[in-house]
Design a protein around this ligand. Structure first.
Ligand SMILES: Cc1ncc(COP(=O)(O)O)c(C=O)c1O
Ligand SMILES: N[C@@H](CCOP(=O)(O)O)C(=O)O
Length: 480
C-alpha cells in the first residue's frame, strides 16, 4: 500500500515511512492511496478471531511492508489480557435490556489499558511498531506530541523504556484534570519531557505542526508524531469498530450505530474508515461538548474553527478542542480524494475563515456519509452520569457521558447504539463526585499519584522556545 497526502504530495512511501514521518512534507495528512474493502463473507470469517488476529486482518491491507509473521507477533504482543485487563480486550457491555434483534444501548469499553483512556488501544501498538521499525532501520525518533489530557499519558506509558524513542509532550497549562496531570508529570524517566504550554490544546497542536513544517529541523532532530495526525493511530483505532460489530452477532448486512465523544476527530474518523471498508455502520454520531465546532458543521454545514481565546474550559477537558486535525482527512474523502479542493478548504481553515458546504454537492456527500451530531453541557453531563449510574449501576466518565447523551437522541428501533467509553471515571473524580456523590474506584497502581513528585516545565506558546528546548535536550543527527 502506498500513501499520499491530503494536500497533494503523491508518494509518501510505505506504512513504515508514514509511521515515522507523522505529517506529510506538504503539511497534509497521510492517506492510503485507496481504501480496501471487506466482503460479508470475510467479515463472518473474522467473528471468531482473537482481538490481535482481527487487528491483523483489518490492518494488513494497509501495512504491506512488514512481513506477515512479524506483524502478527507485534499485534499479539500488544493486545494482551495483561495490558488490557480483559480477555476480550474491548468488552461490549449492554446497558439495560437488549432486543432479540440486538437493538439496545451498549458501552464499548476501550479504556481498560495502562492509562485508563481509549488512546491506549492504538498507542500500545505504536510503542511496539516504532521499536520494530526503528530497530530494523537503525534509527531513533523524537516524538513531539500535543495532549489535552489523555494522549500524553498513553504515549508516555507506551514509550517508557524504549531505547530509540524520546517523547516531548505539550499540554495546555492548568487545563487538565489533577489525575491526568499527575499521570504525566510524575514520570521521571529520562526519555520523557513534559512541557506545559501557556495556551490551549490547539496552540499545542499548532506548535507541533509548526516544528514539523521546518523540514531541516525535523530531519536534524528526527521529529515524529503520536497524535491522530499519525495514520497508524487512526488505523489501529478502526479495529475496535469491527470488534464491537462482530460481537453483536447481527445477521449479515444489519446495521449498528456508534456514538463517539469527539474533539480532534480521530476516533470517529477511524469509525468512518471502518464504514468505508464495508463494515455495516449506519450512523456515526459526533458528540461534542460546549466546544461544538464539529456539531455546528454537521448540523449547519459550515466548519468554522474556534480561536484559542474562545475555547471553553469544560468538565470533559480532553475534548476542549477548537480545530480538529482529522477533519482534514474527512474533507479529503468527501471531496472524492481531491487534494486541490482539500488544500483550498484547509487554507481557509488555516486563516480561521469558515468553510461553508451547505447547498453544494459536497454537502450531499456529507449527508450520505452517515454522520450525525449533538452537543452536551456540564449540566447534561452530570445528569447523564447520574442517570446511567442510577439506572444501570454503571459509572461513566464525563466524555463518555457526552457520547451516551447524544447517542440516545439518535436511537433507532431494532438498531444497536454503541457508545464508546473513551476514559474511565477515575480520571475525572471531581466531576463524577459532583454527579453521584461518590468517588470512583481507581486501580491500586494509581493510589496517591497526585502526591508524587512532578517533573515538567512551563513554556510560552512560542515555536522558537520549543525548538530551543528540543535543541538543548535532544541530540541532533550528524550531517551526512
Ligand atoms: C476521553 C476522551 N474522549 C474523547 C476524546 C476525543 O477524541 P478525538 O480527539 O479522537 O475526537 C478524547 C481526546 O482525543 C479523549 O481523551
Ligand atoms: N484529546 C486528546 C488530544 C488529541 O487527540 P489525538 O487523538 O489526536 O492524539 C488528548 O486527550 O490528549
Amino acid at each position: 500500500m502506498k500513501y499520499v497526502s491530503t494536500r497533494g504530495a503523491r508518494d509518501l512511501g510505505s506504512f513504515s515511512d508514514v509511521l515515522l514521518s507523522g505529517l506529510a512534507p506538504d503539511g497534509g495528512l497521510a492517506m492510503p492511496e485507496s481504501i480496501p474493502t471487506v466482503t460479508p463473507a470475510q467479515l463472518e470469517a473474522w467473528r471468531a478471531l482473537s482481538y490481535a488476529d482481527l487487528a491483523y486482518e483489518v490492518m494488513r491491507p494497509f501495512i504491506t511492508d512488514i512481513p506477515e509473521g512479524d506483524l502478527r507477533r507485534l499485534l499479539r504482543d500488544t493486545y494482551t489480557e495483561d495490558a488490557f485487563h480483559s480477555p476480550e480486550i474491548t468488552p461490549l457491555t449492554p446497558l439495560g435490556e437488549t432486543g432479540p434483534d440486538g437493538g439496545g444501548l451498549y458501552l464499548l469499553e476501550l479504556s481498560n489499558g495502562p492509562s485508563l483512556a481509549f488512546k491506549d488501544m492504538a498507542m500500545q501498538f505504536l510503542g511496539q511498531v516504532f521499536e520494530y521499525v526503528l530497530e530494523a532501520r537503525g534509527e531513533r525518533l523524537n516524538i513531539l506530541g500535543a495532549t489535552s489530557g489523555d494522549t500524553g499519558s498513553a504515549a508516555e506509558y507506551a514509550m517508557l523504556g524504549k531505547a530509540r524513542v524520546n517523547v516531548v509532550m505539550l499540554s495546555p497549562h492548568g487545563r487538565m484534570s489533577a489525575f491526568q496531570q499527575a499521570q504525566m508529570f510524575s514520570l521521571q524517566e529520562e526519555n520523557i519531557f513534559n512541557l506545559a504550554v501557556e495556551g490551549v490544546f490547539d496552540d499545542c497542536q499548532d506548535l507541533v505542526k509548526a516544528v514539523n513544517a521546518d523540514a531541516d529541523f525535523k530531519a536534524r532532530y528526527d521529529i515524529g508524531a503520536v497524535n491522530s495526525i499519525n495514520w497508524a493511530r487512526v488505523l489501529a483505532q478502526a479495529v475496535y469498530y469491527f470488534r464491537a460489530y462482530l460481537a453483536l452477532n447481527l445477521p449479515a448486512g444489519a446495521e449498528a450505530d456508534f456514538s463517539v465523544p469527539s474533539g480532534n476527530f480521530g476516533n470517529v474518523f477511524a469509525g468512518y474508515l471502518a464504514k468505508r471498508m464495508g463494515l455495516p455502520i449506519g450512523q456515526l454520531i459526533v458528540a461534542s461538548n460546549e466546544n461544538d465546532v464539529l456539531h455546528d458543521f454537521f448540523s449547519g454545514g459550515t466548519y468554522h474553527v474556534r480561536p484559542a481565546d474562545r475555547v471553553a474550559v469544560t468538565s470533559s477537558p480532553s475534548m476542549d478542542i477548537g480545530k480538529a486535525s482529522n477533519f482534514e482527512r474527512y474533507l479529503y474523502l468527501i471531496a472524492g480524494a481531491d487534494a486541490v479542493q482539500t488544500r483550498g478548504w484547509w487554507d481557509e481553515v488555516g486563516q480561521s475563515r469558515p468553510v461553508a458546504l451547505h447547498g453544494t454537492p459536497h454537502w450531499d456527500a456529507v449527508q450520505a456519509s452517515g454522520f450525525r451530531s449533538g452537543r452536551s453541557t456540564h449540566a447534561d453531563r452530570l445528569r447523564t452520569i447520574r442517570t446511567i449510574f442510577d439506572t444501570y449501576g454503571r459509572l461513566i466518565d464525563p466524555h463518555t457521558a457526552d457520547g451516551v447523551l447524544v447517542g440516545q437522541a439518535y436511537r433507532r428501533p431494532g438498531v444497536p447504539m454503541i457508545c464508546l467509553e473513551t476514559a474511565l471515571p477515575a480520571k475525572f473524580e471531581e466531576t463524577v463526585q459532583a454527579a453521584v456523590g461518590q468517588t470512583p474506584e481507581r486501580p491500586a497502581r494509581f493510589d496517591g499519584i497526585e502526591q508524587a513528585p512532578k517533573r515538567f516545565q512551563v513554556i510560552p506558546n512560542d515555536v522558537q522556545t520549543l525548538k530551543d528546548f528540543i535543541a538543548a535536550n535532544l541530540t541532533a543527527k550528524e550531517p551526512a
